[in-house]
Structure formats: C-alpha cells, structure tokens
Design a protein around this ligand. Sequence first.
Ligand code: ATP
Length: 203
Amino acid sequence: MSKPWILGLTGGIGSGKTAVAQHFIDLGVHLVDADHAARWVVEPGRPALDRIAEHFGQEVLLPDGQLDRAALRGRIFQNPEERRWLEGLLHPLIGQEILAHLGRAESPYAILVSPLLVESGQHRLAQRVLVVDAPEHLQLARTIQRDHVTEEQVHAILQVQAKREERLRHADDVIVNDRDLSWLKAEVERLHHFYLTLRGGQP
Ligand code: ATP
C-alpha cells in the first residue's frame, strides 16, 4: 500500500475541530493530535527531556521525573532566547513524532489535527489543509457552554490565535460550522468521499 497523504485539520477555539475530527475517526481515518505528540516527545525516557533538564536544571522536573510544565513556562516566560532554544529542540522532534505516527496509518490518507497548524508551521507537513470555521459569536457561545469560562477568557485565546483570514489563506477546503451537528457529520462524509478520490492530496 502506498504511503498515506496527510490532511492538516485546524480551526480557532470552539470552531468544531474536535467534533469534525471525531467524525473522521468514526469513518476509519487515522488521526494524530499535534498537542498529544508535543506531550509524547517530553515523556520520561525520551532524549528531549534529558536535554531540557541539562539546559534548565533539575528544577524543571517533578519528583516523579515528569516535566514540570509550569516551571518550564516560568523559565521561558519573557525570555525569548530561552523560548527559541526550547522551540529549536522540540519543533523538529514533534514533527518527526507526528510523521512517525501518521506513517502507521492504514487509511489512504491520515489527519494531523492542530489548533496552531498555521502558527506553528506544521501545515508544511500536510499535503492539504481543511479549516473548520465558525462565526465568532458561535465560537464564543459554544466554548463558554463547553468549558464554563467567561467571554473575556475566550477573547484572550482568540487574540493569540491566527486571525481567521490568515488561517483561511492556507485552506484548501473549508467547513463553515454554523449549522447543527447532523449537518456537520454529513459535510465530513462528503469530504471523506472526495478525499478518497485524491492521490497525494491533490485531484
Ligand atoms: P478547541 O480548540 O477549543 O478545543 P474545537 O475547535 O475542538 O475547540 P469542539 O470542541 O469540536 O471545538 O466544539 C466546541 C463545542 O461546540 C463542543 O461542545 C461541540 O460539541 C459544540 N459544537 C461543535 N459544532 C457544533 C454544531 N454544529 N452545533 C452544535 N454544537 C456544536
């Protein structure tokens, strides 16, 4: 079987990425979440964690040997040089981890889901990009209902994410998620059947 091509899946907070991702999984498509890959590469026993502890000291480790994320965040907060060092170490490793997992797919294409697909440059790992887009008032309402957070907290996250236009600029396909969940599911099925006709992500 030839290597699966990679579909990058992204969207802003509360846009419906997870709901879309779950429908693709139900259709048998192999999927990796970039946030999970970012956690796997710093698990105890992985080389990245030793490098981080050498660089920042043992105080970025918890007593059980796991990475102390809060301590590490404290060390790179307002320290662009240290942040760059960390990103230089982790970004290539996360990319390799993602490709290794997606390479195991038995489906004709595999999905990389990442909230920061465009911001992190991970869209370059994908042959095609699907953006889930929703009007901001729906992003706000759905996130507030799901996470029981305030409107201000959602606005703060919207600020650090790419602007809608920037994300859409990288999109090959867009789902405008402004209808109900059964419509969303039907859209995913329609795209899935289209994707099965593609070779290497292109018509
Ligand atoms: P985040 O990046 O914040 O994790 P997300 O893009 O993964 O968000 P989801 O968790 O899929 O977004 O969707 C946000 C919430 O809105 C969820 O509770 C989900 O069930 C709901 N939701 C998504 N799409 C619809 C829809 N079309 N109709 C109704 N509710 C929806």
